[in-house]
Design a protein around this ligand. Structure first.
Ligand code: HEC
Length: 184
């Protein structure tokens, strides 16, 4: 064999070896990269679950809904304040009227956490508190009660009467749709 052939063979061999080596290196690197990516993903996921937990905690803190008993208590306090308000309006006791109106406004706000369900119709079984009309009645009641309080403190009785009508409308309107039948 001439040295040329040998040289050519060596060259071919070295090229082949270099090629294999390169491919090998590439695959190893590829695998390592893939592993790194996996780890990154894992870390991201861990981050996500932590965030998720925090969100849940916040939800629990914020979204504490009324028990059935608390809902009844809220409404009973509302009625008591409402009756006192009407009585003291007759006597034109502005300070007491304002005080009772404030109680009503607070309890209307509290009742946004009502946990009861829609009783009839297409939305039956969904939460009452998520319904547009339910929320609007509570908004209207709270707003009107605040107005009563403000005007009563100024002894503006016409304006108090006006706001009182608005507040009073919401009680019956909402009960007609959302108050369950009295259970024994
Ligand atoms: C946005 C709706 C809504 C408004 C507005 C509303 N209520 Fe109610 N009310 C309810 C619901 C729902 C119940 C039933 C609560 C339960 O038993 O779970 C209820 C129950 C009651 C009860 C019965 C409580 C009991 O012990 O069972 C009284 C009394 C009452 N409301 C008074 C009032 C008065 C007075 C007003 C107005 C100043 C008013 N409510 C405004 C929804 C409303």
């Amino acid at each position: 064999m001439s040295y040329r052939v040998i040289a050519a063979c060596l060259l071919v061999f070295s090229l082949v070896f270099a090629g294999v080596g390169l491919i090998h290196a590439q695959t190893v690197k590829g695998k390592e990269d893939a592993k790194k990516e996996d780890k990154k993903e894992e870390k991201k996921d861990e981050g996500k679950t932590d965030e998720g937990k925090d969100e849940k905690k916040d939800d629990e803190k914020e979204e504490k809904y009324l028990t059935h008993h608390e809902a009844e208590e809220t409404m009973e306090a509302m009625e008591k304040a409402w009756n006192k308000l009407k009585m003291n309006l007759k006597n034109k006791r502005g300070d007491v009227v304002a005080e009772q109106a404030d109680i009503i406004a607070d309890h209307a706000a509290k009742f946004r956490k009502y946990d009861g369900e829609v009783l009839t119709g297409d939305e039956k079984g969904k939460k009452a508190r998520d319904q547009k009309d339910f929320k609007e009645w509570l908004d209207k009641l709270e707003e009107a009660a605040k107005e009563i309080s403000k005007q009563a403190n100024k002894s503006k009785w016409d304006k108090v009467d006006e706001a009182k009508e608005k507040a009073g409308d919401t009680c019956g309107a909402c009960h007609d749709v959302y108050q369950p039948e009295e259970e024994d």
